[in-house]
Design a protein around this ligand. Structure first.
Ligand code: ADP
Length: 428
């Protein structure tokens, strides 16, 4: 028997012994035993009463008790101390966490499943104009921008939303909503005014510089072409030099055109008024004919229009994106190869696909191809006038059409560029 039970047994044995002795001396053993068990029960009830009082109000103290109760109360006191220590530790962690979130420069708001506000930090009060009395209110009743309301309603939280601050419309906020349990959301709003300003300055600089360079380059190109075309203007040894100069000037001109076009894509709004259902089959056929006219010796271009569906979009932008892909296929595929241009429907939309049997691209370069000015090694040999901006333009145009670019390629196996468009853009 363990120690507490032994102590309890001893109390009972002593009680029984004394009761029997007194009962025997007085000749009333039954009465003595009844008194003993009454006292024994009373003792348990007394300690149970203490235990209940302590459970109901834990700031009362537990008695030391005796017998089995000594052990019970001792263990309860230990548990209470452990619990208090854990509570203090958690309290400290919570305090530190609160201090950290309060020090965050980004607005942080905890929302419940209905998007009602449960908690927010001081930055949220400053950037979003929230006040204590707003706790429990739905955030869309306080931030009423239709774009924000739409963003919450559609729950497309994988993308961030940029909005002017409801407090000060000169501040731009990048808003992200992160679901973190089944019915809780964390809204984080970051002040991106400075980043926006720098981006705009960079775009303006590139646009102005490109614009200013355009005229002198056109003049230089004109003179060079005249010199090359006039048989007697330069002696024969200088002709290859001039031709090389002309090629580089042409490259510069493409660069400037592409930079200006990218700048326009970045700054102009994607106006729905300029979007219409585009006959993609016809558009691809036009581009194929133009490409064939502009390039001398190239791999045959095979057109496979497998759908009559139209694509809702800006025809000029789509033309530029598809032309970039088709001209790239022509440039990077030897004349004895094959190029296929397809337009077909898929389960979730439709695709324009340009595949070639050219030299292909090493997988390590694939993720970087749509970066500006990125060219895989060796590209300058096949395409000396390339700018490294074509695929950046394609990606931008596809983004503006809710589409995405997929590239499959392996060295020696050719490449496949697939532009995927969602069902909502496809008109049957
Ligand atoms: P570039 O003007 O150099 O063609 P792009 O942005 O259009 O610029 O393409 C980026 C790079 O992607 C190219 O430099 C080339 O390395 C690679 N690339 C693009 N299309 C193809 C293709 N069809 N086959 C092989 N490589 C390609």
């Amino acid at each position: 028997m363990s120690h507490p039970w032994r102590a309890e047994g001893a109390i009972l044995a002593w009680g029984l012994g004394i009761a029997c002795l007194i009962g025997w001396l007085e000749g009333r053993i039954d009465l003595a035993l009844m008194v003993l068990f009454g006292a024994y029960l009373g003792r348990h009830l007394y300690y149970l009463w203490h235990l209940l009082a302590w459970l109901q109000e834990s700031n009362t103290t537990l008695p030391d008790g005796n017998g089995i109760w000594t052990e019970v109360f001792h263990r309860l006191r230990l548990m209470q101390r452990r619990h208090q220590r854990r509570k203090r530790r958690l309290g400290k962690i919570l305090k530190r966490f609160r201090q950290a979130t309060e020090a965050l420069p980004d607005a942080t708001v905890v929302l419940d499943g209905d998007f009602s506000i449960e908690w927010f930090n001081p930055a949220a009060a400053q950037l979003l104009g929230l006040r204590r009395r707003d706790l429990g209110l739905r955030i869309c009743d306080l931030m009423r921008s239709p774009r924000f309301v739409d963003y919450l309603r559609q729950r497309r939280f994988e993308q961030a939303l940029t909005l002017p601050s409801p407090q000060n419309d000169r501040l731009h906020l990048e808003i992200r909503v992160v679901p973190y349990t089944k019915d809780r959301y964390l809204l984080i709003a970051q002040d991106v005014t400075q980043i926006r300003l720098l981006e705009r300055q960079r775009r303006d600089f590139v646009a102005h510089a490109s614009h200013e360079l355009r005229t002198p380059i056109t003049v230089l190109k004109g003179y060079l072409e005249t010199l090359i075309d006039t048989e007697t203007a330069v002696s024969e040894p200088f002709r290859p030099i001039l031709e090389r100069m002309e090629q580089q000037i042409r490259r510069l001109q493409y660069l400037i055109d592409d930079l200006l076009y990218l700048g326009r894509l970045e700054t102009s709004r994607n106006e729905t008024a300029r979007q219409k259902p585009v006959d993609v089959g016809q558009l691809l056929d036009d581009i194929r004919q133009e490409t064939e006219q502009c390039h001398d010796r190239h791999a045959p271009l095979c057109l496979a229009i497998e759908s009559r569906a139209r694509l809702l979009g800006n025809e000029e932008e789509l033309r530029s994106a598809f032309t970039n892909l088709i001209v790239n296929a022509v440039k990077y595929t030897p004349a004895d190869g094959n190029i296929t241009i397809r337009w077909y429907e898929t389960e979730d939309g439709a695709c324009v696909e340009v595949s070639d049997t050219g030299e292909g691209i090493d997988p390590e370069h694939l993720p970087r191809l749509t970066e500006r000015f990125y060219r895989a090694p060796g590209a300058e040999i096949r395409n000396p006038t390339g700018t490294g901006l074509g695929l950046a333009i394609v990606k931008h145009v596809l983004n503006r059409h809710d589409g995405r670019l997929e590239i499959d390629s392996r060295p020696g196996d050719g490449s496949r560029f697939r532009c995927r468009f969602p069902r909502r853009r496809v008109y049957l």
